[in-house]
Design a protein around this ligand. Structure first.
Ligand SMILES: Cc1ncc(COP(=O)(O)O)c(C=O)c1O
Length: 474
């Protein structure tokens, strides 16, 4: 601890002033123990009595508390009392920073405080069996994983497990040498942008789209254009030929929920081959299929090697894990590996080794099977609840996948949706409009209804409140 006395007035006051400043500036944190009076008096060349008087002064001001037999501690000072220096405005120091500043505010979930139920998309399904399997795997991995730098491309045994998994669950035949383990889809996007796009190059995205993907590409300097989707998915005929990269969610369009038709898939692959463009297939929840005949990933049809396939563990496990995988076209493999290496020298090895153990023990696929069953139950509760409590007022999309459905609101405009969201919030229900994901406003507004984070009984209650709010709306 660095304390400086200012040589003004009595010594105990100088010391109290210096300690007060250290507490208020956050140098001495709430709950931390102050040095013993003997140690401080020796270090500062003061008498113990002087130190005692300074500590007494802090106690009087409630900045310090005495704990019997243990010493003096910094009291809990509310953060609002700690003056924070306002940051001096600095101009953006690079074109990249300027682009970051131009992006709209970025939020990741949250905002649900004080709500009884929140139909928030992105809330994970909490599964106690998974938590215990994960803890065991993590402990084993921590004890057995090399402490040296990991393979920047991802642990070879994990890449092999991912390749086997992709063949079974997504119809994708991948060479483990083409797989790169990355820190989430988000990192896959920034690596793809670096490897494939010069500043100013065009990237096309579906409209509506996943905002974080669009932000990542824009921050990189790409010229991001939105392309219309209809009930077959991306309208490929409207793709500009200059698009170097096309970001798509073919299994489960985000957020509108539809699945890209086979005709459009073939058309898109042809477009990429004819125009030497690349397709970024964001298969964020493709494994979570409730249909008897799940649809394979776009990459499984890609004979021209134009698809960068990206799968994430965020939905199958949990988003805080920050692990995903890229299947690169073979000709781009080296570029992706180098870009990943220079970015962070590879993903944390212990988490990768624990993931591999889950695969090896069969726990991951068991968990995935159980997750699909449970999510199907929750989705039925949502659809059943909407039919019981909001029939005729809300129309759910019929997607057979994932953790959300869109509830379209016929006859609504954006202002009326805002009123609905506000009235639901007053009744403790969190609702989230879908129109912010669109560049061109949708023909009718809707709600993005996430169902993974609530139990079926809670979903029933949430839909009852939603029905009441819809009926009460003038
Ligand atoms: C469309 C889409 N892509 C990808 C992801 C997952 O991103 P990440 O792997 O970075 O967690 C999500 C998560 O919500 C998503 O909605």
């Amino acid at each position: 601890m660095h304390l400086q006395l200012d040589n003004k007035g009595p010594k105990h006051e100088q010391l109290a002033r210096s300690l007060r400043l250290a507490i208020r500036s956050g140098q001495l944190l709430s709950g931390s123990k102050l040095p013993s009076t003997r140690m401080l008096s020796e270090n500062l060349g003061l008498s113990r009595n002087t130190v005692l008087r300074a500590y007494e002064q802090l106690r009087i001001e409630r900045l310090g508390v005495m704990r019997e037999g243990s010493g003096t501690y910094v009291n809990d000072v509310p953060l609002s009392q700690v003056p924070v220096a306002s940051p001096r405005r600095v101009e953006a120091q690079s074109a990249f920073a300027a682009r970051l500043r131009d992006l709209p505010p970025i939020t990741l979930g949250g905002g649900g405080a004080g709500l009884r139920y929140d139909l928030q998309y992105g809330a994970p399904l909490v599964n106690t069996k998974l938590v215990s399997a994960w803890s065991t795997a993590l402990a084993t991995a921590a004890a057995t994983t090399s402490t040296g730098y990991p393979h920047p491309q991802g642990l070879p045994e994990l890449r092999e497990a991912i390749a086997r998994f992709l063949a079974t669950w997504r119809g994708v035949v991948a060479d483990p040498r083409d797989i790169v383990v990355v820190g989430g889809t988000q990192q896959a996007l920034s690596l793809s942008a670096r490897v494939l796009l010069d500043v100013g190059a065009m990237a096309a995205m579906e409209d509506p789209c996943y905002e974080l993907a669009s932000h990542a590409l824009r921050a990189h300097g790409a010229d991001v254009v939105g392309v219309r989707t209809d009930d077959e998915g991306l309208v490929v005929d409207e793709l500009p030929r200059q698009a170097r990269l096309v970001h798509v969610t073919p299994s489960h369009q985000f957020p509108a929920g539809l699945t890209m038709s086979l005709r459009r898939r073939r058309q898109l692959l042809r477009f990429a081959e004819e125009n030497s463009s690349w397709i970024f297939e964001d298969d964020y929840d493709g494994e979570l299929s409730y249909s008897a005949t799940p649809i394979a990933a776009l990459r499984s049809l890609d004979t021209g090697d134009r698809v960068i396939y990206v799968g994430s563990f965020s939905k199958m496990m949990f988003p805080s894990l920050r692990l995903a995988y890229v299947v690169c076209p073979a000709g781009l493999r080296k570029d992706f590996i180098r870009a990943k290496m220079l970015e962070d020298l590879g993903c944390p090895a212990i988490e990768q080794a624990a993931m591999h153990l889950l695969f090896k023990r069969g726990a991951f696929e068991r968990h995935l099977g159980a997750t699909v069953l449970e999510l199907r139950r929750r989705r039925s509760s949502l659809l059943g609840g909407l039919a019981r409590h909001a029939a005729g007022r809300i129309e759910a999309d019929d997607s057979q996948l994932g953790m959300h459905v869109v509830g379209w609101l016929p006859g609504f405009d954006a202002a009326r949706v805002d009123r609905l969201v506000a009235s639901a919030r007053l009744r403790g229900l969190g609702l989230h409009p879908v129109h912010p994901y669109y560049r061109v406003p949708p023909p009718r507004p809707g709600l993005l209804l996430g169902f993974a984070g609530l139990f079926p009984s809670q979903i029933e209650e949430a839909t009852r409140i939603l029905g009441d709010c819809l009926r009460a709306l003038p």
